[in-house]
Design a protein around this ligand. Structure first.
Ligand code: ADP
Ligand code: MG
Length: 147
């Protein structure tokens, strides 16, 4: 287990690849001000809880890193909220508590294998977050205060 940590801010525009290419939307957050936090935590896939302004608290699985498949030159913070929303929520306040680490960032030889891996990560996150060890964090005051 890891020591839980927080990130938050308004949802910003990414490259539009999450939902358009992968079928997996990721609500990007600015990395500004999080330089030291991000360098303390290795790139990879994490899970936790997301508080989204006035909408509620949701499970999330998140990539932090360089997205080697897409050759990004900047580190990104990209949580996938495990909930079906009617539309976009750009600009809305999103607060995360990150409670677990699934795997390091990896490169994939095909988009299909990347997508399969992310769906497996999602399953791992969903199940882990039901455990008392991790479910208790959905009441975290920082993420709740955004809702
Ligand atoms: P971008 O590259 O701009 O981040 P994406 O293709 O990754 O675009 O889509 C992310 C956007 O989709 C989010 O900013 C949000 O407004 C919206 N969205 C809708 N449903 C979800 C969800 N379940 N998880 C994350 N974002 C979602
Ligand atoms: Mg995105």
């Amino acid at each position: 287990p890891i020591e839980p940590w927080h990130i938050g801010g308004p949802v910003i525009k990414g490259f539009g690849r999450g939902s358009k290419i992968l079928g997996i939307p990721t609500a990007n957050l600015s990395t500004e001000g999080y330089g030291s936090l991000l360098s303390e935590h290795p790139s990879g896939v994490y899970f936790g809880w997301a508080g989204l302004s006035k909408r509620g608290v949701f499970k999330m699985v998140m990539s932090i890193g360089w997205n080697p498949y897409f050759n990004n030159t900047e580190k990104t913070i990209e949580p996938w909220l495990l909930h079906d929303f009617d539309g976009d929520f750009y600009g809305e306040e999103l607060r995360l508590i990150i409670v677990g680490y699934i795997r390091p960032e990896a490169n994939f030889s095909s988009l299909q294998s990347l997508i399969e891996k992310i769906h497996h990560d999602r399953k791992v996150a969903e199940e882990a977050l039901d455990l008392p060890l991790f479910s208790k964090y959905k009441d975290d005051p920082y993420i709740k205060s955004s809702t």
